[in-house]
Ligand binder design. Structure first.
Ligand code: TPP
Length: 321
């Protein structure tokens, strides 16, 4: 679309979700063609990323996990610079040194992508404490993590500290039902992580993570409450990882009926159908968005592939230990 509507509008959210899907499909295509590394994609989780990130303000900071592409793109990251990073090129967000699973973009407030499962939970408390003590702006911290991370001890330490110290953190658990190759049924006695969060005296809710409008409404309310009270909140987005843990992964361990049920609730198709039914989107507009998104990814791929590898003189710069 040429006219970018307000970020809270369903059309803006649809376009961002379609951009994320096209980006992840580019990653898959590169992996299949052998022109890029495999990665952990967020296909199926676009509504969770967009619903939350489109509810944030300019000063809010994000810490996230290995499935971070959606969070970065929703925050306005340039897909060309992201692909350049994935390919290890100089124009990537981290000068090609982070690879595909550690992209952070400080200028956008995405300050950590952790592949140490739970790493984002331990650091979020420190970032929020510094925001609280410095009190430079009204920014809060948003911490994205999975149901697998919630099974680690650091989850409880982080939530406990955030409650006791009254830290402005929005915990967003993207419960995508899988923890690498293990179904969450095998590791959790409850279906939803929010029960554990509630035990830490945190206001905890779950929401249909494939319904971007529902996620966005819940996130806006939570962000508003955190700014008002300075206290943490917990939001669980119930969603599904439609592709494997990483690329390539044939998902042979996944129950086909479960996968099919969630495919039928693809968050992008859901929103498209809803907006068409509400006459808020026409078939022609949808084709235009598809074309624009495709063109952005084609340009991004050309940009990334044309970017040079970092110079050898960069080998030991940006190293702190
Ligand atoms: C501390 C640690 N333990 C194990 C791993 C290997 N590992 C990477 S992703 C993952 C699953 C994490 O599951 P979840 O938090 O639910 O995130 P999801 O992959 O489902 O998005 C595991 C076990 C790791 N990277 N770090």
């Amino acid at each position: 679309m040429t006219q970018q509507p307000d970020r809270a509008s369903p059309l803006a959210m649809l376009e961002t979700m379609m951009l994320i899907r096209a980006y992840e499909e580019t990653i898959v295509a590169m992996s299949e063609a052998g022109t890029g590394p495999g990665s952990c994609t967020s296909v199926g989780q676009e509504a969770s990323a967009v619903g939350v990130v489109h509810a944030l303000g300019a000063h809010d900071r994000i810490l996230t996990n290995h499935r971070s592409a959606g969070h970065l793109l929703a925050r306005g990251a340039d897909p060309g610079r992201m692909l350049a990073e994935v390919l290890g090129r100089r124009d990537g967000y981290c000068k090609g040194k982070s690879g595909h699973l550690h992209i952070s973009a400080k200028a956008l407030g995405v300050i950590l992508t952790s592949t140490i499962v739970g790493g984002e939970l331990s650091l979020a408390t420190g970032v929020a404490l510094s925001q609280k003590m410095l009190a430079e702006d009204d920014g809060i911290v948003v911490c994205f993590f999975g149901d697998g991370a919630a099974c680690e001890g650091v989850f409880h330490e982080s939530l406990n500290l955030a409650t006791v110290w009254e830290l402005p953190i929005l915990y967003v658990c993207e419960n995508n039902q899988w923890q690498a190759f293990v179904h969450r049924r095998e590791t959790m006695p409850v279906d939803e992580v929010r029960h554990w969060a509630a035990a830490h005296a945190i206001d905890s809710r779950s929401v249909d993570g494939n319904d971007v409008e529902a996620v966005h409404a819940a996130a806006r309310e939570a962000v508003g409450r955190i700014r008002e009270t300075g206290k943490p909140m917990f939001l669980e987005t119930l969603t599904y990882r439609l592709r494997g843990h990483f690329e390539p992964d044939d998902q042979s361990y996944v129950d086909p009926a479960e996968l099919a049920a969630w495919q039928a609730r693809d968050p992008i198709a859901l929103l498209q159908r809803r907006l068409l039914a509400r006459d808020e989107l026409t078939a022609a507009q949808l084709r235009t968005i598809e074309r624009n998104v495709r063109a952005r990814l084609d340009d991004a791929t050309l940009f990334a592939e044309a970017s040079p590898f970092p110079d050898i003189s960069e080998l030991i710069t940006d190293i702190y230990a």
